[in-house]
Design a binder for this molecule. Structure first.
Ligand code: NAD
Ligand code: ZN
Length: 396
């Protein structure tokens, strides 16, 4: 089959590799009909996530048709159309039983690597380094899906691939980020980052009853997409002091909750930006955490800072004293995708949201190296790329 393989920093290539096979009774093989590139893939592309190896197949947002089933999977049949969550979970351990799917104790065969770094390991993830399981990803024509009796959600035939693909990650991720804000009537939610995750966080905050959403980024097309969802927008390049501006917009009190939908590769201006860039490029730090600093500073007393943006290591110059002094709650982590599949599928079926709004680019898997550059550099107003693994147009 064809698959997109990581080769090293800023280097990905489409290669012909062996088709995946059933290894365990609870596996299924999915023939992938649509896959996407995520902001999280950029951390791999940019070389910030350790334990990647040349040849690793990328991709964790995918869906397709079940073409092979292990004899331990009873709830799927050949031909089922499914969306696969990016987190891999056994469904039986202590954490899965508590619906903490992204913390599954049984799905990372390389847990010892993560334990060395973090003391504990989260779940395995598709296409996301050896530390998180070394699973082949879904930017490919086929994928092996472990614990297929637990993860994949069956899709009714009246919904298109583009309407449901993002159940695999960014819709649940934006939704969980908003849910973690403990939204009450009248609340104002500030969201840093109007990438795909930010876009779903904005819409989810409104679905969960926020009165106002303030969306922050610097790319006009991303801010425009936020405005289309009724967010008030702030271009951080155009304001001197973002924290003061947010206070001013909220009657001096600060937003009730702040969402960091940017993570470890935040762009920032001035001395602090230079400092973060220098530390990251000298490999003294994985992360450039300026958005998290601003979110903690801006949030109102007693409010919540919700962090879907990915971080990797020890964060420097975090105003923890301010967070303590204001009695903030901090919520974060990989999304418990499984928990949201049915409820969010329901919201799509009810017509409350059509996740395809976020797609700006449709390309073939052959074009994936180009797609990574376009998405990373925000060329051609790119916000979200969907890849068709079977489209031969580009190769012809
Ligand atoms: P993206 O790279 O497309 O979007 C990031 C956005 O942040 C960009 O629009 C960029 O301009 C903006 N940005 C950069 N610096 C900023 C700043 N200082 N202030 C405001 N905005 C700034 O990525 P995405 O797909 O939207 O993902 C966003 C984050 O969410 C990434 O860190 C990704 O890894 C993470 N993520 C986490 C999970 C999870 O399970 N928690 C799942 C998916 C993605
Ligand atoms: Zn993702």
């Amino acid at each position: 089959m064809k698959a997109l393989c990581w080769q090293g920093k800023n280097n990905v290539r489409v290669e012909t590799v062996d088709d995946p096979q059933i290894l365990n009774p609870r596996d299924a093989i999915v023939r992938i009909t649509r896959t996407a590139i995520c902001g999280s893939d950029l951390h791999l592309y940019d070389g910030y996530i350790p334990t990647m190896e040349p040849g690793d197949i990328l991709g964790h947002e995918f869906m397709g048709e079940v073409v092979e089933i292990g004899n331990g999977v009873e709830n799927l049949k050949l031909g089922d159309r499914v969306v696969v969550p990016f987190t891999i979970a056994c469904g039986r351990c202590y954490f899965c039983q508590q619906q903490l799917w992204s913390l599954c104790d049984n799905s990372n065969p390389n847990a010892w690597l993560a334990e060395k770094m973090y003391g504990f390991s989260g779940s395995g993830l598709f296409g996301y380094s050896h530390m998180l399981g070394g699973y082949a990803g879904g930017q490919a024509q086929y994928a092996r899906v472990p614990f297929a009796d637990v993860g994949p959600v069956k899709i009714p035939s009246d919904l298109s691939d583009e309407q449901v693909l993002f159940l695999s990650d960014i819709f649940p991720t934006g939704y969980m980020a908003a849910e973690n804000c403990n939204i009450h009537p009248g609340h104002v939610i500030a969201i840093w980052g109007c990438g795909p995750v930010g876009q779903f966080a904005i819409r989810s905050a409104f679905l969960l009853g926020a009165a106002r959403v303030i969306a922050i980024d610097r790319f006009p097309e991303r801010l425009n997409m936020a405005r289309e969802a009724n967010a008030e927008i702030l271009n951080y390049d155009e304001v001197d002091d973002l924290v003061e501006q947010l206070k001013w917009m909220t009657g001096g009190r600060g937003p009730d909750a702040c969402i960091d939908a940017v993570g470890m590769e935040a762009h920032s201006k001035g001395a602090i930006g230079l400092y973060d860039n220098a530390k990251q490029s000298m490999k003294l730090s994985f992360d450039r955490p300026n958005v998290l600093r601003q979110a903690i500073q801006a949030c109102r007393k007693g409010g919540t800072v919700s962090v879907p943006g990915v971080y990797g290591g020890f964060l420097d110059k975090i105003p923890f004293g301010a967070g303590f002094g204001k009695g903030l709650s901090l919520r974060m982590g990989q999304t418990h995708v499984h928990r949201y599949l049915q409820p969010l599928l329901g919201r799509i079926q009810n017509g409350e949201i059509d996740p395809a709004f976020v797609i700006t680019h449709r390309m073939s898997l052959d074009e994936a190296p180009d797609a990574y550059r376009t998405f990373r550099d925000k060329k051609q107003h790119c916000i979200k790329v969907v890849l068709d693994p079977w489209d031969e147009v580009a190769a012809a």
